[in-house]
Design a protein around this ligand. Structure first.
Ligand code: SF4
Length: 440
């Protein structure tokens, strides 16, 4: 895997410009770029300028000059970007100039001058393939940590990215706040293991808006729940402390949605996979979660055909799925990843058997998911509008993460705006999606 390019950032001016910078940085991180700590380590520098008064313009021009002298590859954006001629007169060598709030164009300029095509790998990437495109303005991925302390035998992330490094809670919450200020309506919390947040820093107490707050999933969820936007958790492992966040979901503080990559249900396969929390009694806990929060939507992924998986193990997985009644399920056939410990395991499963098991699992899950969606007919759900075209609006409810889950179609609703929240009554369902009409 090629090393991620690093982008330097110089942000001048008012809080609005900072919000733009935050949005640009969040998008670039999502696209696989990293933020450079200094000029010399950067492949390119973005200067977000201020043009409010003459002294700010002068400061902006000096900052551009400094970035050119120190690095040489500079993209200019922000308020002074509205005066492109003036900038080019003094600094003709800048690569691109855009105005305020044009974050898509800035991200586009970075891609053009430092091309980085992140090849999507469902085993490695936190963001779905489609998410690598420019994420719409109304939702954003919020990365809370890097790396992972586990050593699942099929995974090479720890050897590529190292052990867990949690971002300071104040920094994460400031980023979240700025994204919300910039118009984001939904935050998607991502990391390799969201439930492990803060373990590496011993749940250190940080500060946010002048108050002490622990770097721990529970406190993070409580604080994010205060921001007034949808908060969706991805990649949570079923550790016992996850039980404590279910009441936050029942109270509507964060979305009643959990993305838990269970990967399997047979103890012996989970053990061979070296999965975290594999010994917890998950079915009982799912029942308890549903007692506390009946609406909770559970999404998961599974691997079939892992080395050593017997027909008995697979039958156990099917029984487990039947009992668990998960809402959304993705399934991969095991394939060796170069450098993964699982490659050395014996009893590899023949390809034809993997395929056959995959088909059986998908058929079972499809009937479960279909039934679950049928049960929503007649209900009223709040949805967030993602797209509007000449046929109507495409939206999502709390049960649908962008790109990976289904949608709620609102036929004929061409007047709605992306990012709007609307109450809809569900009228129709198929095996993946829902159709509804706004409640008037
Ligand atoms: S929890 Fe396991 S699968 Fe996930 S990143 Fe860590 S080692 Fe890989």
């Amino acid at each position: 895997m090629s090393e991620s390019p690093k982008i330097g950032f110089v942000s001048l001016g008012c809080p609005k410009a900072l919000v733009d910078s935050e949005r640009i940085i969040t998008q670039l991180r999502t696209d696989g770029y990293e933020v450079a700590a200094d000029y010399s380590g950067a492949d390119l520098v973005v200067v977000n300028t201020c043009g409010f008064i003459d002294s700010a313009k002068q400061e902006s021009l000096e900052a551009i000059g400094e970035a050119l002298a120190e690095n040489g590859r500079v993209v200019v954006t922000g308020c002074m970007g509205g005066e492109e001629e003036k900038i080019r007169e003094i600094h003709p060598q800048v690569l691109s100039v855009t105005g305020p709030h044009q974050y898509e164009q800035v991200v586009g300029a970075v891609h053009e001058h430092v091309p980085y095509e992140k090849t999507h790998n469902p085993h490695l990437d936190l963001v779905p393939a489609q998410g690598i495109k420019l994420t719409p303005k109304h939702y954003a991925y919020l990365k809370i940590s890097e790396g992972c302390n586990h050593r699942c035998s099929f995974c090479i992330i720890p050897s590529l990215r190292g052990d867990l490094v949690s971002r300071p809670i104040g920094e994460v919450l400031d980023e979240a706040q700025r994204l919300v200020d910039a118009g984001v309506k939904e935050l998607l919390v991502i990391s390799q293991d969201t439930s492990a947040y803060g373990v590496d820093i011993k749940y250190r107490t940080g500060f946010w808006q002048g108050r002490p707050i622990k770097s721990r999933m529970q406190e993070l969820c409580e604080a994010l729940g205060e921001l007034g936007v949808w908060v969706r958790l991805h990649y949570v492992y079923p550790y016992p402390h996850v039980d404590n966040i279910i009441p936050l979901m029942a109270e509507g503080r964060i979305l009643p949605y959990l993305d838990i990559p269970f990967q399997h249900a047979s103890r012996s396969v989970l053990k061979a996979m070296k999965r975290p929390a594999h010994a917890e009694n998950v079915l009982e806990r799912i029942t308890r979660w549903r007692e506390i929060c009946p609406d909770i939507t559970l999404r998961s992924t599974f691997i079939v055909g892992f080395p050593g998986e017997t027909e008995q193990d697979f039958a156990e997985l099917l029984q487990w799925l039947e009992a668990a009644q998960l809402d959304r399920v993705g399934c991969f056939q095991y394939s060796a990843v170069e450098g993964a410990a699982a490659n050395t395991l014996s009893d590899h499963v023949p390809e034809a058997v993997k395929q056959e098991r995959w088909e059986r699992l998908m058929a079972l899950q499809q009937s479960i998911s279909e039934q679950k969606l049928q049960n929503k007919i007649g209900k009223t759900l709040q949805v967030l509008i993602d797209e509007v075209d000449e046929e109507g609006a495409i939206a999502r409810s709390f049960a649908d993460a962008p790109e990976i889950d289904g949608a709620v179609y609102l036929n004929g609703e061409t007047q709605l705006q992306p990012g709007e929240r609307v109450e809809v009554t569900i009228e129709h369902a198929d095996e993946y999606d829902l159709w509804g009409v706004p409640k008037h």
